[in-house]
Design a protein around this ligand. Structure first.
Ligand code: HEC
Length: 247
């Protein structure tokens, strides 16, 4: 029994140590999204339709559902947020043909319906904050979290463009380039804080798209607690009524 306990303890310690050291890549940023924040989800949806659906679809999500879940009036949705269709019941598809996309980028931009679940919010947030200038690439940019990605920096007008500073370090007798920091080459329309906020909203929206039922569960949770509270009051009053004669 004691050996088993020690083994479990050692396992935990090594898992924690691994998490601490990462996998040698750059440190992941913390997305810190808040699904309860409807305004953030609305801003994220707006960014998504303006900057992402030209290349990526979210085939498992319909415009009508987004409008209903996020409290966006249908006419606002139709007028300002639907560029690929005029039917509110349609899924969020792209206008471009997948074969064209492949010809332009060498790879089809993947559907983003469940990307928040496959990659995780922190990775998405880091990725959107990880672009830097790299003249050797066809898109002119590279990404420290997704090296040699075929995706252009589509949010460059918001963030501006960064240079990445790397330092050469020797790890296990091998020289490696380690990312140190970004330096701004050209500012965008948003400053650092506002860009982080915008990308956090966008990731928040992608988390919602990945599991829309989460919002329903949150709303249901509050109702269940309210119901239990009322039930408790009634049950307590009943108990007092029954015990009145006994005392
Ligand atoms: C001009 C076309 C284009 C636009 C616009 C675009 N992307 Fe991409 N995106 C791509 C391509 C191409 C890839 C595939 C990259 C690769 O595999 O190297 C990609 C990959 C991704 C991935 C990685 C998916 C995975 O799991 O591998 C994510 C996440 C992503 N895009 C998010 C976004 C978001 C969010 C937006 C909107 C802000 C956006 N993209 C806008 C072309 C685009």
């Amino acid at each position: 029994m004691r050996t088993l306990l020690i083994a479990i303890l050692l396992c935990c310690v090594s898992v924690a140590a691994n998490a601490e050291s990462g996998h040698g890549g750059p440190k992941m940023l913390n997305a810190n999204v808040d699904l309860g924040n409807t305004e953030s989800l609305q801003r994220g949806a707006k960014l998504f339709v303006n900057y992402c659906v030209s290349c990526h679809s979210a085939n498992y999500m319909r415009y009508g559902r987004v409008a209903a879940d996020l409290g966006i009036p249908e006419d606002v949705m139709k007028a300002n947020m639907m560029f690929t269709t005029d039917k509110i019941g349609e899924p969020m598809q792209i206008a471009m043909k997948p074969t064209d996309a492949e010809a332009w980028f060498g790879v089809t931009p993947p559907d983003l319906s469940v990307v928040a679940r496959s990659r995780g919010p922190d990775w998405l947030f880091s990725f959107l904050n990880g672009f830097y200038l790299d003249p050797a690439k066809p898109t002119g940019v590279n990404n420290i979290y997704f090296p040699s990605t075929a995706m252009p920096h589509v949010l460059a007008e918001l963030q501006g463009l960064n240079r990445a500073v790397f330092e050469t370090e020797t790890q296990h007798d091998v020289e490696v380039q380690v990312f140190k920091q970004f330096e701004s080459e050209r500012p965008g329309t948003l400053d650092d804080t506002a860009y982080r906020k915008a990308t956090r909203d966008l990731v928040n929206f992608l988390v919602y798209v990945g599991e829309p039922a989460k919002l329903v569960r949150y709303a249901l949770g509050v109702k269940v607690i309210a119901f239990l509270l009322v039930l408790w009051i009634v049950a307590y009053a009943l108990k007092r009524e029954y015990w009145k004669d006994v005392h």
